[in-house]
Design a protein around this ligand. Structure first.
Ligand code: DGY
Length: 423
């Protein structure tokens, strides 16, 4: 019997409990809809339970895809009064309703993993034939609308678009965003202790941006020209690069051509431009604040995703591996989202220090692909330590493994099934 049989059963039960019929909510209460990158990671978990259900998770998310290719960060399949800001705040005219921003594009990489590992080959071929053009349109949207000057790096317009919503890497740029003047009521604090969630001064700016996008008619180019917040997020760009590589590989396997030449151009431009995000003093890649036109000198796990995107030189990879090695010494429960030496490190608060399992998975994949097998194994072991100790929370204290944020969390259960327990 598998030594982790109980954990496997619990992970499977977590996905089933959060399944609202074709899509999986991240956790009850706090996040009652379908989120973009959560759906991707969660599909990896469904793979070991029900392959058809894994593909369906993606199909359901694509119901929210815009005509211009954008896959939104939330699809509001069913109404809920548990969450703010809901569809009426975003003001998007789409059925089903959606937000107006996206999230780190893990979907293409997930599609490749689902396709290559599927036992039901016919189902996989059928589903991929439907999803591949949608994925290509999504990636081309990033290159076209979020890098209009073809710099090679795409811009994110909102901290939520990074998926690493509350990272200290956004602090300076977010402080420049005006505070919203209308009143509103947060719902997250009814579900999770305020010490683990963003501050009011941050929400005031998050909501300002939501209103701003609506006032700009969701026009990416207008927003690019006028937005008070515009970030070349290192993690998002690295995830896009890996996704594009995976899409190109899938298209080759299927003999699919449409849009692939353009996709390769975007991928090649990024391969050249990414070097501009390297900060030698930090031994890390970092973000660039496009409004202030400067690098943001904060070391986060987002920077380590350069390995996952295959975007580091061998020398840079070696420096990052040395950094990760000492980082892990400090964080026995997985790499903390912000490096513990950063003055803004906070072990409890959303993306300002806690550990996320799916990010640790991506870093382990990246380390492995650069040949750092032993170190990748240590990242994996640290993550295993967490779920053995604490189960499936949204995020964890990197020092003692305490679980924070939402409980019974889908992507944590899913990546555990895929990576830690069954891979
Ligand atoms: C939230 O509401 O905190 C979400 O993470 C935004 O995507």
């Amino acid at each position: 019997m598998n030594q982790h049989a109980d954990l496997i059963a619990k992970a499977k039960q977590t996905l089933r409990d959060n399944d609202l019929g074709g899509y999986t909510i991240p956790t009850k209460g706090l996040y009652p809809f379908q989120w973009n990158w959560d759906a991707g990671i969660t599909a990896l978990g469904w793979l070991s339970i029900d392959e058809a259900r894994a593909w369906e998770e993606m199909d359901k998310l694509f119901e929210g895809q815009w005509d211009n290719g954008m896959v939104p960060h939330i699809v509001f399949h069913e109404p809920s009064d548990q969450y703010f800001p809901g569809p009426e705040q975003w003001g998007v005219n789409h059925t089903p309703p959606t937000t107006s921003i996206s999230q780190p594009p893990v979907l293409a990489t997930v599609a490749r993993l689902l396709f290559e590992r599927a036992k039901d080959r016919q189902l996989a071929a059928d589903r991929l034939a439907v999803q591949l053009p949608k994925l290509v349109a999504y990636h081309l949207w990033w290159y076209r609308e979020r890098d209009p000057q073809q710099s090679g790096l795409v811009a994110s317009y909102h901290p939520w678009e990074s998926g690493m919503d509350n990272s200290p890497a956004w602090d300076e740029a977010l402080a420049r965003v005006p505070e919203v003047t209308r009143s509103y009521q947060r719902r997250d604090l009814g579900h999770v202790d305020s010490s683990q969630r963003p501050l009011k001064k941050e929400y005031d700016r998050f909501i300002y941006l939501v209103d701003f996008f609506r006032e700009q008619d969701f026009d990416s180019l207008k927003i690019y020209a006028n937005s008070p917040y515009k970030m070349q997020d290192v993690g998002l760009n690295a995830i896009l690069q890996r996704g594009s590589d995976d899409l190109i590989a899938l298209a080759e396997q299927l003999g699919y051509d449409d849009g692939i030449a353009e996709l390769k151009q975007g991928r090649d431009r990024m391969a050249k431009a990414f070097a501009g995000l390297w900060l030698g003093d930090k031994h890390s890649f970092v973000c660039r604040d496009l409004v202030a036109d400067k690098l943001v000198p904060v070391t986060t796990t987002g920077g380590m995703l350069a390995l996952y995107g295959g975007l580091a030189s061998d020398q840079q990879a070696q420096e990052m591996a040395t950094l990760i090695d000492s980082w892990l010494e400090r964080c026995p429960y997985g790499l903390s989202s912000t490096h513990p030496d950063e003055p803004c490190f906070d072990a409890k608060r959303y993306w300002r220090g806690p550990t996320w399992l799916h990010i640790n998975w991506m870093i382990a994949v990246g380390l492995q692909s650069y040949g750092y097998t032993e170190l990748a194994g240590r990242v994996r072991q640290a993550s295993l330590n967490i779920i053995e100790k604490t189960g499936y929370w949204e995020y964890y204290d990197p020092n003692d493994g305490s679980g924070y944020g939402g409980p019974n969390f889908s992507w944590t259960a899913a990546i555990s099934l895929f990576w830690l327990l069954e891979d």
